[in-house]
Design a protein around this ligand. Structure first.
Ligand SMILES: Nc1ncnc2c1ncn2[C@@H]1O[C@H](COP(=O)(O)OP(=O)(O)OP(=O)(O)O)[C@@H](O)[C@H]1O
Length: 251
C-alpha cells in the first residue's frame, strides 16, 4: 500500500451552537486504499467526524477548530438505508440520477451504468428489470442500493456510518464481504464507523477509539485489540459477549 495520504485531519474540533464541545481536537490521516475504523460508545462523536470529512455537518453543529484536508472526493453510506433513499422514486431511477449528475454521461448511459452497478452489488435481475420502490426491497437490498449510490460518485474515500447495524447477521456478513471485494477492485480508502469490534477487526488495519468526543487510543488493529493500553478500550473489548462453549453442550 502506498503511504500517500488522501485525508489529513488535524486538531478537528466541533461544537454545538450551545458551545458544548462534541468532537475535541482529534487528528488522524488516511492513506490511499487504507481502511481505518472509528469505534466507541454511542454519542462519542464518530458520526459527526464522518460528516465533517464529508463537509456536511448537521444543523446546530459547527467546526470551531482544526482542519480537514483531502485530495480526493468522499461519499457516505449512511446507517439507515431506508432513510437515505427517496421513498417516492424507483431505486434504479434514483441511482441513474446520481450517475447522470456525478459522472456527466447521457441519460441512457446513466441508466445502463446504474444497472451495472446494481448487478455488481449482487441485486437480483428482477429488481433491476422492474423499477421497484425502496419499500419493495428488503433492508439488505436497500443497503446495497445505498452503497451503489455512494460508489456512483466514484469516491476516493468511502465513509461508512455503521452500514450494517440495522441488518441481521447473515446479511451483515454479505454486505461486509461485498464492501471488501469492491474496495479491492476499486481501490478506495475507507473510514468505517462501528460499535462492532469484530467487524472493525476484519475490515480495518488501524483503529481509533473515541470516547466523549476525544480519541483515547489508536493503533494497528490486532495490536490494539490484543494489548489495549486504555481502560476504556479494554472495557469495549470486555463488553463483547463471548459465544458459550458449544462443544459437548448438546445433551
Ligand atoms: N445536530 C446536532 N446538534 C447538537 N448536538 C448534536 C447534533 N448531532 C449530534 N450531536 C451530539 O454530538 C455528540 C456526538 O454525536 P455522534 O452522532 O457523532 O455520535 P456517535 O458516536 O456517532 O453515536 P452513535 O454510535 O450512537 O451513532 C452526541 O452527544 C450528540 O448528541
Amino acid at each position: 500500500m502506498s503511504i500517500e495520504p488522501v485525508l489529513e485531519i488535524e486538531s478537528l474540533t466541533l461544537a454545538a451552537k450551545s458551545k458544548d464541545i462534541l468532537v475535541n481536537n482529534i487528528s488522524f490521516s488516511l492513506a490511499r486504499g487504507e481502511s481505518l475504523g472509528l469505534v466507541g460508545e454511542s454519542g462519542s462523536g464518530k458520526s459527526l467526524t464522518l460528516r465533517a470529512i464529508l463537509g456536511l455537518l448537521p444543523r446546530g453543529v459547527e467546526q470551531t477548530g482544526g482542519t480537514v484536508r483531502s485530495t480526493v472526493s468522499s461519499a457516505m453510506v449512511f446507517q439507515d438505508p431506508r432513510g437515505a433513499l427517496d421513498p417516492l422514486c424507483p431505486v434504479v431511477k434514483q441511482l441513474a440520477e446520481v450517475v447522470y449528475y456525478r459522472q456527466q454521461v447521457s441519460l441512457r448511459a446513466s441508466r445502463t451504468i446504474a444497472l451495472e452497478l446494481l448487478a455488481r452489488l449482487g441485486l437480483p435481475d428482477s429488481l433491476r428489470k422492474t423499477d421497484r420502490y425502496p419499500s419493495q426491497l428488503s433492508g439488505g437490498q436497500c443497503q446495497r442500493v445505498v452503497i451503489a449510490l455512494a460508489l456512483a460518485c466514484k469516491p476516493g474515500i468511502l465513509l461508512c456510518d455503521e452500514p450494517t447495524t440495522a441488518l441481521d447477521v447473515t446479511v451483515q456478513r454479505q454486505i461486509i464481504d461485498t464492501i471488501t471485494s469492491l474496495q479491492r477492485e476499486l481501490g478506495f480508502a475507507m473510514v468505517f464507523v462501528t460499535h462492532n469490534l469484530a467487524i472493525a477487526a476484519n475490515l480495518c488495519s488501524r483503529l481509533y477509539v473515541m470516547k466523549q468526543g476525544q480519541i483515547v487510543e489508536h493503533g494497528e488493529t490486532l495490536n490494539l485489540l490484543q494489548h489495549p493500553a486504555d481502560p476504556y478500550t479494554q472495557m469495549l473489548i470486555d463488553s463483547v459477549l463471548p459465544l458459550p462453549e458449544l462443544e459437548g453442550s448438546v445433551q
